[in-house]
Design a protein. Structure first.
Length: 253
């Protein structure tokens, strides 16, 4: 059984069809890349899984549970965490505090109590220690007490990754994590994603335009165009699919 099962998902915004009967599954501990041209519907699918968007049709199951029956605030507690195309960090908070926010699904409101100077319980101290451990793991310990504002873009991307990991997810959804990074940072990110998958026993769903990284780290690739799935399989198989080549390169008139 797939960990995440997407079955016939359709999303419309007025007369615009963003997702059209999208169906695929992701096996546990797999790195699956969701690729396609701009406007293909990839981020829309992320927003459906995150329960930010309500689909017009279809079903969505995670570890056998119907996700569409759950409110958005319960998704993190189910073991699903994500990053965003546009950074969603709090600039005025420290790097450590931003990462601690990611643990809110498994704490009892302790982060905000700590931030407001209320008595600190042992659970909050554990949350802080766990956040520091993640920052160390990602080479960010030196900036833990600095405000997020003003840090280099590549560093901010890693902070957002640490925050997602702080929720201790089973499924980690990464929305264009290599966007804006240098060539060297992209190569490092690819190695980091594979290492984190193994270290934390994650399943990873990745939306990314950097095809070199996608093909080097993914075991499974789903290709979309105009809200539909046009290919689904192993990276080498998908790369040779005529429909995929046409979607990316066009066909002669």
């Amino acid at each position: 059984m797939a960990l995440l099962e997407v079955e016939g998902i359709g999303v419309r915004f007025g007369g615009v069809v963003a997702l059209d009967g999208l169906t695929f599954g992701i096996a546990e501990h797999e790195i699956c890349a969701l690729i396609g041209p701009n406007g293909a519907g990839k981020t829309t699918l992320f927003n459906v899984v995150s329960r930010l968007y309500e689909p017009d049709e279809g079903s969505l199951r995670f570890a056998g549970t119907d996700l569409l029956s759950l409110p958005a605030h319960s998704i993190a507690g189910m073991g699903i965490a994500r990053t965003f195309q546009n950074l969603a960090l709090v600039p005025g908070l420290t790097v450590l505090e931003n990462v601690m926010i990611g643990a809110h699904a498994r704490t009892s409101g302790g982060f905000w109590g700590c931030a407001l100077g209320l008595p600190v319980r042992s659970s909050e101290r554990r949350t802080e220690a766990d956040a520091m451990a993640l920052l160390s793991d990602l080479g960010l310990a030196a900036v833990a007490q600095r405000p997020a504002a003003g840090l280099p873009y590549g560093t901010l991307k890693r902070i957002e990754l640490a925050r997602a990991l702080a929720a201790r997810p089973r499924l980690l959804m990464l929305d264009e994590p290599a966007s804006g990074l240098t060539h060297g940072e992209v190569a490092e990110l690819g190695a980091t994603i594979r290492r984190l998958r193994d270290e934390f026993e994650l399943t990873v769903l990745l939306v990314e335009h950097h095809m070199g990284m996608v093909m080097s780290i993914s075991e499974h690739v789903v290709v979309m165009e105009f809200g539909r799935k046009i290919a689904d399989g192993e990276p080498a198989e998908v790369a040779e699919d005529p429909a995929v080549i046409a979607a990316y390169l066009g066909t002669p008139s």
